[in-house]
Write a protein of this length. Structure first.
Length: 323
């Protein structure tokens, strides 16, 4: 079952478990932790505003009573509230968001402003006026380009934008939902003006299912970890696609029902990274790895899962491919 990205934190399936040598799915990613969904954050960041016309009318009426209507109070020029920008938006503000995240070091592509503008000058310009600058992009390394170039859309809020924005939000103590709302716009503007460039490496994960199931962790275009992995069985396959990690637990109890109607309860599943609905990369003890054995999650050896968990962050992309 597929649902839109911004509802992924309320997904109904959570994978792993041990029953009949297969892992199962729980009914909720967490029964003890309050989840922050895209819908919740949007509601928090959307604040009622009083239009300039209403404010001016009140001021005008007051002035007219005091001065006999001969003069009116001056109108205040209130800048419009920036729109909420979500995954899939194809607008000038989406272009601006890509440029801002790029110059702040959160993207695997480098933005170069046109007209011989320096990068510090571009940051100041982007920080003052929320509008895209003319310029061009180039990939920072060949390895990342070879794996993710098909996802990149410079004028669209794409999955790379979403993941980068989640990392930025987490770094600035905001809800890491990947949606650009008022608080995020403010933080971006402040970071641009202060030139707070992230020096963290660009990380992502690839999972290939054929001919042998393998998970690779990439750092700045180079594979730094590779391990055999288990994905979902034919009756409960791992969903193909690319998504950012949106929820993480060092340990979690997982329970649910298998497709054939039996139930399971697995306490202490370690190093859990949810990336799509109830599908996660996590540790799980198996006699072997490299073939479909789970109910949709990506299982890897526990020691390796610990390394992955301690390396990746919210917003790290996980790309699951058939080959």
């Amino acid at each position: 079952m597929k649902i839109v990205n911004f509802l992924r934190a309320g997904a109904v399936l959570v994978c792993t478990g041990a029953i009949l040598a297969l892992s199962g799915c729980a009914t909720n990613p967490s029964t003890t932790t309050t989840l922050i969904t895209h819908a919740t954050v949007v509601a928090e960041e959307t604040t009622p505003t009083t239009t300039g016309a209403t404010s001016s009318k009140s001021a005008t009426d007051s002035s007219s009573k005091i001065q006999g209507g001969s003069k009116t109070a001056p109108k205040k020029n209130t800048p419009p509230t920036p729109p909420l920008i979500k995954l899939g938006a194809n607008t000038p503000m989406a272009s601006y968001l890509n440029e801002a995240l790029s110059v702040l070091g959160y993207m695997p592509v480098r933005f170069t402003p046109a007209h011989q503008m320096t990068l510090p000058a571009a940051m100041q310009a982007l920080g003052k006026v929320q509008a895209p600058l003319p310029g061009s992009y180039a990939w920072k390394d060949k390895g990342t380009a070879s794996q993710l170039s098909f996802l990149w859309k410079p004028h669209t809020d794409n999955v790379m934008t979403e993941g980068a924005l989640m990392r930025f939000q987490a770094d600035h103590n905001l809800a890491a939902d990947g949606v650009a709302g008022p608080q995020t716009w403010k933080a971006l503007s402040q970071a641009l003006k202060a030139q707070q460039v992230s020096t963290a490496p660009y990380l992502f994960i690839t999972v290939t299912e054929h001919p042998t199931e393998v998970l690779k962790l990439w750092k700045n275009g180079t594979v730094v970890l590779q391990t055999a992995a288990n994905t979902g069985i034919a009756s409960s396959p791992t969903t193909l696609g690319t998504w950012p990690i949106y929820l993480r637990y060092p340990s979690q109890e997982m329970k649910g029902t298998t497709p054939w109607g039996t139930t399971y309860d697995d306490p202490g599943v370690p190093y859990v990274n949810y990336f799509y609905q109830g599908e996660a990369v996590h540790g799980f003890s198996r006699p072997s790895y490299g073939s479909p054995q789970s109910m949709g999650c990506v299982e890897i050896p526990i020691a390796t899962a610990e390394t992955v968990y301690n390396t990746v962050t919210l917003g790290t992309l996980v790309s699951v491919r058939s080959s």
